[in-house]
Design a protein around this ligand. Structure first.
Ligand SMILES: Cc1ncc(COP(=O)(O)O)c(C=O)c1O
Length: 455
C-alpha cells in the first residue's frame, strides 16, 4: 500500500514517529488500517529499516498502533479521533418515512436491472479502447445518433445528432445554459409559478432575472412577461400543477420565439407518461431554431443514473459544448454507451411502456381511493406524469395534513413548497404516486387518505 508521510527535521526516526502520530490523531489513517511492512516503508522513504521498526515499536507502546503476529502493524481501534462537530445542523428528526409519496421519483424498485446489465455488458464488449479516453464533450456519437432517432420517433423532436449535447440530467443542462445565455443577450427569463424552486435558484444565481408566469388549466399564461428574452416551460406536464400546455399556447409560444428571437427552454422531464391520450409531442418541433429541448432518464429509468440531453438550436451548440467541457469534460462514456445500447435494443421502449401501464393503474387507484374516502378532495393534473395535485377543502391546513401523514410514516408535500411568489392557491398536496414499490402502494394510499380524513 502507498502511505503518504512528510518527514521533517534531521532526526529521521523522530520525524517518522511524529508524522505517523499526526496521521492517526487527525483520523487520516482510520482505525484498523494496515500499515506497510517496515521493509516496504523504509524503501519508499529511503531510510533505514531499523528506523521504521523503532518508530512502529514506539507508537505501539503509546497505543496508537497494534502489532500482531501474522496481521502486521495496524492503526489501533481506540485511536479514532473524536468526531468533529457537524458543520450544519441536521434537520430535526421526523417520523420514519415508510411510504414516499413526494413527487419526483419513479418506482426505483422497478429499475430494469437485468436489461440494463445486459446492455452494459454488450456496450462494454463492443466499445473500442478509445471510447474509454477523453472524448467529445457533446457525448458519444453512438448515443447522440440513437437519441436523435428515439426523440424524433417518440417525442416528435427534430434532433440531428450534431445538435445534441449529452449531460448529467436537466439540472446540469440548465446550469450549462445559464453560463451561455447571458452572452447571447438574455437578461430576463420567464418561469412558471408554481414551479420547482431548484431551477429558479439556478437562474437567479446566474444573474438571470426571473419574470413570473402564472399557470392555469391550459398551462403557463405566456403573455405575462413581455420583456423576457427567454422562457423556461414544462409544456407536456406543468410541474407541479399538471396542466398540459394548450395547442393554442404552444403555437403562441413558438410564434413569440420566432418573432422576437426569444429562446424557449423546454423541460420535458416526464413527457413519456401520458395516460388518456397519445403523449403530446415536444414543443421544440414547432420552432427548432428557438427551442432548447431538455430530456432526462430521471423519470423513465432512475435519477441516480444522472443522464440527460440537450437538443440545441445550431447557434448555441458551440458555446454549450464549451461550457460542458469546462464543467466536467464529458458525461461517463460507459453510461452513455450502455444507454445507447439500451435504447437501440428496444429495452427503453419496453420499459417505458410497462411503467406507463403501471403508473396509469396507480393513478386510477389514487383517484378511486380519494373518491371513496375523502370525496371532498379534488384531484387535478392527472392526465400525465408521475404526480397529481389533491386540492383540499378550503380551510384545511396543508401543513397539518403533511404533518399527520408524516406521523403515519408517509412523506408528502404541500403545494406551498412550489409557490415561488408565495402560496396564493387553496390548500393542496402534490402526490407522487410512482415512487412507492408496488407492494407498498395499497398501504401508502390507506395511510394517506387516513391522514387527510384526520381533522
Ligand atoms: C420539473 C422537473 N424538471 C426536471 C427534473 C429532472 O431533473 P434531473 O434530470 O436533473 O434529474 C425534475 C425532477 O424532479 C423536475 O421536477
Amino acid at each position: 500500500m502507498d502511505l503518504h508521510l512528510e518527514l521533517h527535521g534531521n532526526r529521521v526516526r523522530a520525524g517518522l514517529e511524529t508524522a505517523l502520530r499526526d496521521a492517526v490523531q487527525t483520523g487520516r489513517l482510520a482505525p484498523g488500517t494496515r500499515l506497510p511492512s517496515s521493509r516496504a516503508l523504509a524503501a519508499d522513504l529511503g531510510i533505514a529499516r531499523n528506523s521504521v521498526a523503532e518508530a512502529y515499536g514506539q507508537l505501539v507502546a503509546e497505543g496508537w498502533l497494534t502489532a500482531e503476529q501474522g496481521s502486521g502493524t495496524r492503526v489501533a481501534a481506540a485511536a479514532a479521533p473524536a468526531p468533529a462537530p457537524a458543520a450544519t445542523q441536521s434537520p430535526p428528526a421526523v417520523g420514519r418515512v415508510r411510504y414516499n409519496l413526494r413527487p419526483g421519483s419513479p418506482d426505483l424498485s422497478a429499475f430494469p436491472r437485468s436489461w440494463w446489465l445486459s446492455a452494459a455488458r454488450k456496450a462494454l464488449s463492443a466499445a473500442p479502447s478509445q471510447a474509454l479516453g477523453y472524448g467529445d464533450p457533446r457525448g458519444r456519437p453512438e448515443l447522440r445518433t440513437v437519441l436523435s432517432g428515439y426523440l424524433a420517433r417518440a417525442r416528435g423532436v427534430r434532433a440531428s445528432p450534431d445538435r445534441i449535447v449529452v449531460c448529467t440530467g436537466f439540472t446540469q443542462g440548465l446550469a450549462l445554459l445559464c453560463q451561455v445565455l447571458p452572452g447571447t443577450g438574455v437578461t430576463r427569463i420567464a418561469v412558471e409559478d408554481y414551479g420547482q424552486p431548484g431551477p429558479f435558484r439556478t437562474l437567479a444565481a446566474a444573474g438571470l432575472a426571473p419574470a413570473m408566469l402564472s399557470v392555469d388549466d391550459r398551462g403557463a399564461v405566456l403573455d405575462q412577461a413581455p420583456d423576457a428574452e427567454a422562457m423556461l416551460l414544462t409544456p407536456a406536464h406543468q410541474f407541479p400543477l399538471g396542466a398540459v400546455l394548450s395547442p393554442q399556447r404552444r403555437a403562441d409560444a413558438a410564434r413569440w420565439a420566432a418573432g422576437t428571437g426569444g429562446l424557449i427552454i423546454e423541460d420535458d422531464y416526464d413527457g413519456e407518461f401520458r395516460y388518456d391520450r397519445q403523449p403530446v409531442g415536444a414543443l421544440q418541433a414547432l420552432a427548432p431554431d428557438h427551442v432548447v429541448y431538455v430530456g432526462t432518464v430521471s423519470k423513465t429509468l432512475a435519477p441516480g443514473l444522472r443522464l440527460g440531453w440537450l437538443v440545441l438550436p445550431a447557434r448555441l451548440v458551440g458555446a454549450v459544448t464549451d461550457a460542458k467541457a469546462m464543467a466536467d469534460g464529458q458525461t461517463s462514456s460507459l453510461e452513455q454507451l450502455t444507454l445507447a445500447e439500451f435504447i437501440a435494443s428496444g429495452a427503453y421502449d419496453r420499459h417505458v411502456r410497462r411503467e406507463r401501464l403501471d403508473y396509469r393503474r396507480r393513478r386510477d387507484r389514487l383517484i378511486d381511493a380519494l373518491a371513496g374516502h375523502v370525496p371532498d378532495v379534488r384531484l387535478t393534473g392527472i392526465a400525465a406524469g408521475l404526480h397529481a395535485v389533491a386540492e383540499l377543502p378550503a380551510g384545511r391546513s396543508e401543513r397539518q395534513v403533511v404533518a399527520r401523514a408524516a406521523a403515519r410514516g408517509v412523506a408528502i408535500e404541500g403545494l406551498g413548497e412550489y409557490a415561488l411568489r408565495g402560496h396564493t392557491r387553496g390548500p393542496a398536496l402534490v402526490i407522487g404516486y410512482a415512487s412507492p414499490p408496488g407492494h407498498a402502494y395499497t398501504a401508502a394510499l390507506a395511510r394517506l387518505t387516513a391522514a387527510i380524513q384526520d381533522q
